[in-house]
Every structure is written in structure tokens, then in C-alpha cells.
Ligand binder design. Sequence first.
Ligand SMILES: [Zn+2]
Length: 60
Amino acid sequence: MKTLHCSDAGFDCKGVISANTEEEVLSHAAEHALTVHGVAVTPELAEQLKTLIKEEVAQA
Ligand SMILES: [Zn+2]
């Protein structure tokens, strides 16, 4: 599971975006940023967000 904490991207937001792939996280994040924060995700921002995505391994 890939997760992106909105606060890591510099927003004062408790939102956490999670999905199975980086691409899905980015697409959910783009939608979240636009609808919640009114920020359009540029290719540059997308690259930055990619570095903030963390792999969260479920406990076995
Ligand atoms: Zn947010």
C-alpha cells in the first residue's frame, strides 16, 4: 500500500491518500489538491509528491 500524507506536501491538512500504486496515489492526490486546496498539480509538483509517497507494509 502506497500512502501520501497531505501534510508532508506542505498543506495544513490531515488528509492521507492511499492506493495500491504510485500512479493511483498521484491521481487521487491531484483530485484532492484541486477540490480541497484549490491547487492544480503541475508535472513538477507531481514529481515532488512522488518523493513523498511512502510504502506502508501491512503487518503480517
Ligand atoms: Zn489535503
